[in-house]
Structures are given as C-alpha cells and as structure tokens.
Ligand binder design. Structure first.
Ligand SMILES: [Zn+2]
Length: 294
C-alpha cells in the first residue's frame, strides 16, 4: 500500500524533527488482533496517547502486510503526537477561516462560570465548552478565565514576559529567550495568530460545589515545569483533578496545550499541530467594538 508507506514516512520525518523519547511511531504486525486489542497492548505498555494511522479511506492498517502503523506517547498532552508544538510547525499550518462569528460566552454558556475580561469565543467553541461543563460530576462546573485576547494585549504580555526572562537570565541568547517565552506566550508577530486572539482558545479550571477552584497544583506552585498537564510528582488530588479536566475537555473535542494544564483550544494553529492535521479554521479575529476591551 504505497500511500500508507508515503504517509508513514512523512509522519516519521515530520515528528522526528521534534521528537521526544516519549514518542514512538511503529509498524506493528496485527496477528489477527483488532483495534481495541492492539490499543490495550499499548496502554499496558504505559502509553497514554495511542493513535493508529488512517489513510484517506479510514483504513488504519496496511492491508498488504497486515501491519498496523501506531503512533503513541507516554505522557504530555494527549492531543499532541510530538509532545511539543514548535512555532516552526504551527507556522506551516494552512489557515482557512470561514468567518464563524464570535458569541458572548456569558449568554452562550449558561453552565459555565465566566470570569474572562473579554468573554467571547467562536460559536462552535462556546457550544463545546458549555457541553463540557454539563458533563462534569454533579455540583462541579467549569470556569472560563481567559477567552478572547486582543493582539495588542497579547503583545504587551509577550514583551513583558520576555523582558522578565532577559533580566533573570542575562547570559541566554535571544533564540533561547524567545523559545522559553513561547511556553507561556505565543508571539504576536507570526503568520498564525496566537490561539486566544482567534476565539478558539480558552483557559479553564473546575469549580467545586462551594464555588472555589479545585486543587490542580499541589504540592507545587504554578511554575514551570509543574504546569505541564502530566507533570510528575503531583499530589494524588491534583493529578485526579487534572485528569478530570483533561478527560472532560477532550471528550468535548478540545486539545490541551503541552505546557499549561489550563489552556485548551479547538480550530486554531497550535490545535492543528497537536492533532497532527495540516489545516486550521480560526485566524485572527477582532473583538466586538461595543464592549470593554481587555
Ligand atoms: Zn491560554
């Protein structure tokens, strides 16, 4: 099946450029096992994210050799086959924005507590968020802390963080400073807009029945590298709460940023890289003019 060979080679080339030891791409003999049985084998081996390569007809194996082509990852954010989302890949994503409107999340998401200063998301994203919140166990709900962000505000945040890093690490070259600041701030001057400037990204956490945020961090402060969704050494409670958030948001079709447990998106450039798709549908969007700017 030459098209599978080609795609497999392309995936390997693409993902090896940014590979981590957590990531594997492997051709596996199926030996009569079905998809679920193979999935179980990989999960027993400790891989949390397992996908089978599918060709354009949805075939997940190479019919000629009866081999499955598996890509799997031990941890990190489950949406991302590479475990990273480098700007070099994000900038290669093809943008097709069909102009889906922004909606006011306070109206569109009655089951979400909204504390965002600029409470707007694309219509589909808002619907997904409300659905996610409704699927939480009784008494719990999502809080949306950041939704849309203007490009001007993104630029201010990015530059401030870059300045702080430069002061803290005067010996770091510019390239390292920029790479490190990207962990928290997508630069405002790249071809593909930062997720929060597209209406496709949202920062969320879960509120308990007392209205207070659940514990997502103990025993750490909210600093790198403990902000990564699958950071080791978390308390059992924090681990369980992060898993609940990840499972809830992923079930609603969001994907999770590799460096921030609270950041989820759908349809923006980084989402496309995490999902291994070459296209995204949300580009830079203007905030509604009648409302207070963040
Ligand atoms: Zn965010």
């Amino acid at each position: 099946m030459p098209e599978v060979e080609t795609a497999s080679r392309r995936l390997t080339e693409r993902f090896n450029a940014t590979s981590t030891t957590d990531y594997v791409l492997e051709r596996v003999p199926t030996r009569g096992r079905n998809r679920e049985q193979l999935l179980e084998v990989w999960q027993r081996r400790g891989y949390r994210f397992v996908e089978f390569y599918a060709d354009w007809q949805g075939n997940w194996w190479d019919g000629a050799s009866n081999d499955a082509i598996v890509f799997a990852r031990r941890d990190w954010s489950r949406g991302c086959p590479t475990g990273r989302e480098p700007l070099s890949l994000v900038d290669r994503v093809w943008l097709r924005d069909y102009g889906e409107p922004l909606v006011d999340v306070r109206l569109a998401c009655p089951r979400v507590h909204v504390s965002a200063r600029l409470p707007y998301l694309r219509e589909r994203v808002a619907a997904m968020l409300d659905t996610a919140s409704s699927r939480l166990p009784r008494g719990l709900k999502l809080e949306a802390r950041t939704c849309l962000r203007t490009l001007a505000r993104q630029r201010r945040g990015y530059e401030k963080y870059l300045r702080r890093l430069r002061q803290a690490h005067p010996s770091w070259p510019e390239s390292i400073l920029r790479r490190e600041s990207y962990r928290f701030y997508h630069p405002p001057d790249h071809r593909i807009a930062p997720g929060h400037c597209t209406g496709g990204a949202v920062d969320v956490l879960i509120l308990g029945s007392d209205g207070q945020p659940l514990d997502f961090d103990s025993p750490f402060e909210r600093v790198m590298p403990h902000c990564r969704p699958y950071a080791p050494g978390l308390s059992e409670v924090a681990r369980r709460n992060r898993d609940l958030l990840i499972n809830t948001m992923e079930a609603a079709r969001f994907s999770n940023c590799v460096d921030e447990w609270w950041h989820y998106s759908y349809g923006d450039g980084p989402w496309a890289v995490r999902m291994g798709v070459p296209i995204c549908w949300y580009g830079l969007v203007e905030a509604p003019k009648t409302k207070r700017r963040a």
